[in-house]
Design a protein around this ligand. Structure first.
Ligand SMILES: C[S@@+](CC[C@H](N)C(=O)[O-])C[C@H]1O[C@@H](n2cnc3c(N)ncnc32)[C@H](O)[C@@H]1O
Length: 295
């Protein structure tokens, strides 16, 4: 795939547009590192729910986030097909199919590594990962009974075109669920500390930028989505974000002790994770949201 800017209609809210090549390189090199983050290969933050999750067992919170997405998809018990746009290693796909045995899932990612290794993990399931750009998939119009996007649309700044593609592939009456970090205000209005961490976050994780939550809601409605629900779940996500300063350095230390070279993208991942932690301290500017929207 040639290196093209993923910025389409609206100016990217970060300082730089991420290229598809830089996203692919990042995930081809850094995906393996996520084994330390989640044995189930969840490449997202978690959702703390008293009684269901354990603050010290990260995967309980990461899988609870998958469960929260499943609840909001509002699926029936019939055979259904879900798309995961920016699916990583298919951790969410596997979780959803385990909970709903009649479900089939289709994931798309830019990373060859994730296609190859993710499909191995999906062997003997009704799940498949394709190497496609979620801005322009090969999925037919109105084919999906649900679409999920967990910490993936940030790579295109949650822009209009990205949301439009999700709308195109959904059946009428079915839902899109997005879980991600968003800005609470225009990037130009961020305080100095937030600007600093935002810049580092976007650079390290190859993000176009985070969408401004009010603008994203407006765009979803303009595209045609209705019943757009915006939930600020920052406090539920915070406990898993607090794992970052312990989990990542420990992983790098283990790699070093094993005599393994720390790859460039692993350093980028490490730096971006700390900027994410720093951003999380600026709650006036950043928030973590679950967005549910119906076609
Ligand atoms: C942080 S990972 C999240 C993975 C997964 N949603 C999860 O929660 O485990 C972001 C994912 O988005 C994918 N991605 C980013 N930009 C993309 C694009 N334009 N088209 C398809 N996938 C994209 C990456 O390849 C990666 O798989």
């Amino acid at each position: 795939m040639k290196s093209t800017s993923l910025y389409i209609d609206t100016p990217p809210p970060s300082m730089q547009a991420a290229s598809s090549e830089s996203i692919k390189t990042f995930y081809d090199e850094a995906t393996e590192d996520y084994t330390f983050w989640s044995t189930d290969f969840n490449m997202h933050f978690g959702y703390f729910k008293k009684g269901r999750t354990n603050l010290f067992l990260r995967d309980t919170m990461l899988n609870e986030m998958n469960r929260q997405v499943l609840l909001r998809l509002n699926l029936s018990n019939q055979k259904q097909l879900i798309a995961d746009l920016g699916c990583g290693m298919g951790g969410t796909m596997r979780y959803l199919m385990k909970q709903q045995p009649k479900l089939s899932t289709l994931g798309v990612t830019l990373s060859d590594f994730q296609v190859r290794e993710g499909n191995k993990l999906l062997k003997d399931t009704q799940g498949l990962i394709l190497k496609e750009n979620y801005l322009d998939t090969s999925i037919s119009n109105s084919a999906m009974d649900g679409v999920v996007a967990m910490e993936s649309f940030c790579h295109t700044g949650h822009n209009y075109k990205t949301l439009q593609e999700a709308y195109r592939i959904l059946k009428k009456g079915k839902r899109l669920v997005i879980t991600d970090a968003f800005l609470k205000k225009d990037p130009a209005l961020l305080c100095l500390g937030s600007k600093f961490s935002y810049k580092g976050l976007c650079k390290g994780w190859s993000l176009d930028g985070l969408g401004v939550i009010d603008q994203v809601k407006e765009n979803l409605e303009r595209i045609g989505f209705n019943k757009v629900t915006i939930e600020d779940v920052s406090m539920r996500v915070a406990p898993s974000v607090l794992h970052v300063p312990f989990a990542i350095p420990l992983f790098l230390l283990k790699q070093t002790l094993k005599g393994k070279r720390i790859k460039k993208q692993s350093w980028n991942n490490l730096k971006a994770s700390f900027y994410a932690l720093l951003s999380g301290l600026h709650l006036q500017d950043f928030g973590y949201y679950i967005i549910t929207a119906e076609k």
